[in-house]
Ligand binder design. Structure first.
Ligand code: BG6
Ligand code: MG
Length: 214
Protein backbone atom coordinates (compact mmCIF):
# COMPACT_ATOMS: atom_id res chain seq x y z
CA UNK A 1 0.00 0.00 0.00
CA UNK A 2 1.31 3.43 -0.96
CA UNK A 3 1.60 5.80 2.01
CA UNK A 4 4.16 8.29 0.74
CA UNK A 5 5.31 9.98 -2.43
CA UNK A 6 8.83 11.27 -3.05
CA UNK A 7 9.45 13.76 -5.82
CA UNK A 8 12.71 14.57 -7.52
CA UNK A 9 12.87 18.33 -8.17
CA UNK A 10 14.61 19.19 -11.44
CA UNK A 11 12.54 17.93 -14.37
CA UNK A 12 9.75 16.56 -12.14
CA UNK A 13 8.43 19.51 -10.13
CA UNK A 14 10.07 22.35 -12.01
CA UNK A 15 11.35 22.87 -15.53
CA UNK A 16 14.96 23.51 -14.52
CA UNK A 17 16.64 20.73 -16.51
CA UNK A 18 16.96 23.20 -19.41
CA UNK A 19 18.83 25.71 -17.20
CA UNK A 20 21.28 23.06 -15.97
CA UNK A 21 21.85 22.19 -19.63
CA UNK A 22 22.35 25.83 -20.70
CA UNK A 23 24.81 26.51 -17.89
CA UNK A 24 26.86 23.36 -18.59
CA UNK A 25 26.86 24.10 -22.32
CA UNK A 26 28.10 27.62 -21.63
CA UNK A 27 30.89 26.21 -19.47
CA UNK A 28 31.85 23.56 -22.05
CA UNK A 29 32.12 26.28 -24.71
CA UNK A 30 34.92 27.83 -22.67
CA UNK A 31 37.07 24.80 -23.39
CA UNK A 32 35.73 24.41 -26.94
CA UNK A 33 33.73 21.28 -26.24
CA UNK A 34 30.36 20.95 -27.91
CA UNK A 35 28.02 19.70 -25.21
CA UNK A 36 24.86 18.15 -26.66
CA UNK A 37 21.37 17.36 -25.30
CA UNK A 38 22.25 13.67 -25.64
CA UNK A 39 25.31 14.11 -23.39
CA UNK A 40 23.08 16.02 -20.99
CA UNK A 41 21.02 12.89 -20.24
CA UNK A 42 24.12 11.50 -18.48
CA UNK A 43 24.06 14.46 -16.09
CA UNK A 44 20.42 14.39 -15.06
CA UNK A 45 20.07 13.51 -11.39
CA UNK A 46 23.84 13.50 -10.97
CA UNK A 47 25.56 15.83 -8.47
CA UNK A 48 27.21 19.09 -9.57
CA UNK A 49 30.78 17.86 -9.11
CA UNK A 50 30.13 14.49 -10.72
CA UNK A 51 28.41 16.25 -13.65
CA UNK A 52 31.51 18.36 -14.23
CA UNK A 53 33.73 15.27 -14.08
CA UNK A 54 31.55 13.56 -16.71
CA UNK A 55 31.86 16.56 -19.05
CA UNK A 56 35.64 16.70 -18.54
CA UNK A 57 35.89 12.96 -19.26
CA UNK A 58 33.84 13.41 -22.46
CA UNK A 59 36.05 16.32 -23.50
CA UNK A 60 39.24 14.45 -22.55
CA UNK A 61 40.41 17.14 -20.13
CA UNK A 62 42.30 16.64 -16.86
CA UNK A 63 42.08 19.26 -14.12
CA UNK A 64 43.15 19.65 -10.51
CA UNK A 65 40.59 19.58 -7.69
CA UNK A 66 40.95 23.37 -7.31
CA UNK A 67 40.34 24.02 -10.98
CA UNK A 68 37.32 21.72 -10.86
CA UNK A 69 35.77 23.56 -7.92
CA UNK A 70 36.28 26.90 -9.67
CA UNK A 71 34.47 25.61 -12.77
CA UNK A 72 31.66 24.04 -10.73
CA UNK A 73 31.18 27.37 -8.96
CA UNK A 74 31.15 29.26 -12.24
CA UNK A 75 28.49 26.94 -13.66
CA UNK A 76 26.44 27.31 -10.50
CA UNK A 77 26.60 31.12 -10.62
CA UNK A 78 25.16 31.07 -14.14
CA UNK A 79 22.57 28.49 -13.13
CA UNK A 80 21.48 30.59 -10.14
CA UNK A 81 21.17 33.65 -12.43
CA UNK A 82 18.76 31.64 -14.61
CA UNK A 83 16.68 30.21 -11.78
CA UNK A 84 16.29 33.53 -10.00
CA UNK A 85 14.40 34.71 -13.09
CA UNK A 86 12.01 31.75 -13.02
CA UNK A 87 8.35 32.25 -12.26
CA UNK A 88 5.41 30.02 -11.42
CA UNK A 89 4.81 29.23 -15.11
CA UNK A 90 7.88 26.97 -14.86
CA UNK A 91 6.29 24.66 -12.32
CA UNK A 92 5.57 21.56 -14.41
CA UNK A 93 1.90 21.18 -15.43
CA UNK A 94 -0.32 19.28 -13.01
CA UNK A 95 2.30 18.52 -10.37
CA UNK A 96 0.87 20.76 -7.63
CA UNK A 97 -2.65 19.39 -8.19
CA UNK A 98 -1.22 15.88 -8.06
CA UNK A 99 0.58 16.60 -4.76
CA UNK A 100 -2.67 17.97 -3.33
CA UNK A 101 -4.56 14.85 -4.45
CA UNK A 102 -1.99 12.67 -2.66
CA UNK A 103 -2.31 14.78 0.49
CA UNK A 104 -6.09 14.45 0.26
CA UNK A 105 -5.57 10.67 0.46
CA UNK A 106 -3.42 11.12 3.59
CA UNK A 107 -0.19 10.33 1.85
CA UNK A 108 2.97 12.02 3.02
CA UNK A 109 5.00 14.05 0.56
CA UNK A 110 8.78 14.44 0.35
CA UNK A 111 11.30 16.05 -1.94
CA UNK A 112 14.34 13.90 -2.79
CA UNK A 113 16.74 15.97 -4.89
CA UNK A 114 20.48 16.02 -5.57
CA UNK A 115 20.37 19.80 -5.93
CA UNK A 116 21.93 22.16 -3.42
CA UNK A 117 19.68 24.87 -4.85
CA UNK A 118 16.44 23.04 -4.04
CA UNK A 119 15.27 25.26 -1.18
CA UNK A 120 16.06 28.41 -3.16
CA UNK A 121 13.91 27.21 -6.06
CA UNK A 122 11.05 26.00 -3.84
CA UNK A 123 11.07 29.24 -1.86
CA UNK A 124 11.02 31.46 -4.96
CA UNK A 125 8.16 29.51 -6.49
CA UNK A 126 6.28 29.34 -3.16
CA UNK A 127 6.38 25.53 -3.13
CA UNK A 128 8.06 24.98 0.25
CA UNK A 129 4.78 24.16 1.97
CA UNK A 130 3.95 21.39 -0.53
CA UNK A 131 6.47 19.09 1.19
CA UNK A 132 6.36 17.42 4.61
CA UNK A 133 10.05 16.61 4.29
CA UNK A 134 12.83 18.05 2.11
CA UNK A 135 16.02 16.09 1.48
CA UNK A 136 18.38 17.85 -0.91
CA UNK A 137 22.02 17.86 -2.01
CA UNK A 138 23.09 19.59 1.21
CA UNK A 139 21.88 16.69 3.36
CA UNK A 140 23.42 13.72 1.57
CA UNK A 141 26.90 12.46 0.83
CA UNK A 142 26.29 9.89 -1.90
CA UNK A 143 24.90 11.03 -5.25
CA UNK A 144 22.22 9.17 -7.26
CA UNK A 145 22.30 6.34 -8.43
CA UNK A 146 23.07 5.73 -4.73
CA UNK A 147 19.69 5.48 -2.97
CA UNK A 148 20.75 7.63 0.03
CA UNK A 149 18.56 10.63 -0.84
CA UNK A 150 15.38 8.54 -1.12
CA UNK A 151 16.19 6.35 1.90
CA UNK A 152 16.69 9.48 3.99
CA UNK A 153 13.41 10.95 2.73
CA UNK A 154 11.52 7.72 3.54
CA UNK A 155 13.10 7.55 6.96
CA UNK A 156 12.17 11.19 7.71
CA UNK A 157 8.61 10.37 6.62
CA UNK A 158 8.72 7.33 8.90
CA UNK A 159 7.82 5.06 6.02
CA UNK A 160 9.33 1.95 4.46
CA UNK A 161 10.58 2.15 0.86
CA UNK A 162 8.03 -0.45 -0.26
CA UNK A 163 5.25 1.92 0.84
CA UNK A 164 6.61 4.86 -1.15
CA UNK A 165 6.60 5.86 -4.81
CA UNK A 166 9.49 7.87 -6.23
CA UNK A 167 8.90 10.15 -9.23
CA UNK A 168 12.01 10.65 -11.35
CA UNK A 169 12.98 12.05 -14.76
CA UNK A 170 16.60 10.82 -14.69
CA UNK A 171 18.06 7.41 -15.43
CA UNK A 172 20.36 7.75 -12.39
CA UNK A 173 17.35 8.64 -10.21
CA UNK A 174 15.27 5.69 -11.40
CA UNK A 175 18.22 3.43 -10.64
CA UNK A 176 18.62 4.99 -7.18
CA UNK A 177 14.95 4.32 -6.42
CA UNK A 178 15.28 0.73 -7.65
CA UNK A 179 18.37 0.12 -5.52
CA UNK A 180 16.49 1.46 -2.50
CA UNK A 181 13.56 -0.93 -3.22
CA UNK A 182 11.06 1.86 -3.91
CA UNK A 183 8.28 1.83 -6.47
CA UNK A 184 9.29 4.24 -9.21
CA UNK A 185 7.37 6.12 -11.86
CA UNK A 186 9.40 7.76 -14.60
CA UNK A 187 8.52 11.21 -15.92
CA UNK A 188 9.62 11.52 -19.53
CA UNK A 189 10.57 9.01 -22.15
CA UNK A 190 10.11 5.21 -21.74
CA UNK A 191 13.14 4.61 -23.98
CA UNK A 192 15.38 6.37 -21.46
CA UNK A 193 13.67 5.39 -18.19
CA UNK A 194 13.50 1.66 -18.93
CA UNK A 195 13.99 0.57 -15.33
CA UNK A 196 10.90 2.40 -13.99
CA UNK A 197 7.70 0.52 -13.08
CA UNK A 198 6.15 2.67 -15.74
CA UNK A 199 6.66 6.02 -17.39
CA UNK A 200 4.26 8.93 -17.90
CA UNK A 201 4.92 12.10 -19.88
CA UNK A 202 3.80 14.36 -17.01
CA UNK A 203 1.27 14.82 -14.20
CA UNK A 204 -1.41 16.68 -16.11
CA UNK A 205 -4.78 14.93 -15.68
CA UNK A 206 -3.26 12.18 -13.50
CA UNK A 207 -4.69 10.99 -10.19
CA UNK A 208 -3.90 8.35 -7.62
CA UNK A 209 -5.10 5.61 -9.98
CA UNK A 210 -1.38 5.64 -10.85
CA UNK A 211 -0.84 3.59 -7.68
CA UNK A 212 -3.60 1.05 -8.27
CA UNK A 213 -1.20 -1.76 -9.25
CA UNK A 214 1.37 -1.05 -6.53
C1 BG6 B 1 19.84 17.35 -10.03
C2 BG6 B 1 19.93 17.68 -11.51
O1 BG6 B 1 18.50 17.47 -9.62
O2 BG6 B 1 20.65 18.23 -9.27
C3 BG6 B 1 21.38 17.66 -11.95
O3 BG6 B 1 19.18 16.75 -12.26
C4 BG6 B 1 22.20 18.59 -11.07
O4 BG6 B 1 21.44 18.03 -13.31
C5 BG6 B 1 22.04 18.21 -9.60
O5 BG6 B 1 23.58 18.52 -11.42
C6 BG6 B 1 22.80 19.13 -8.67
O6 BG6 B 1 22.22 20.40 -8.72
P1 BG6 B 1 22.84 21.72 -8.10
O7 BG6 B 1 21.69 22.70 -8.16
O8 BG6 B 1 23.24 21.41 -6.70
O9 BG6 B 1 23.99 22.10 -8.96
MG1 MG C 1 15.55 15.33 -12.16
Amino acid sequence: MIKGVIFDLDGVVVDTAKYHFLAWKRLAEEFNYEFTEKNNELLKGVSRVRSLEIILELAGINLTENEKSELAEKKNNWYVEYILKMDESEILPGVVDFINLCKGENMKVALGSASKNAELILKNLKLLLCFDVIVDGNKISAAKPDPEVFLKAASELNLKPENCVVFEDAEAGVEAARRGKFHVIGIGSPEILKAADYVIPGFKGRGIELFSEM
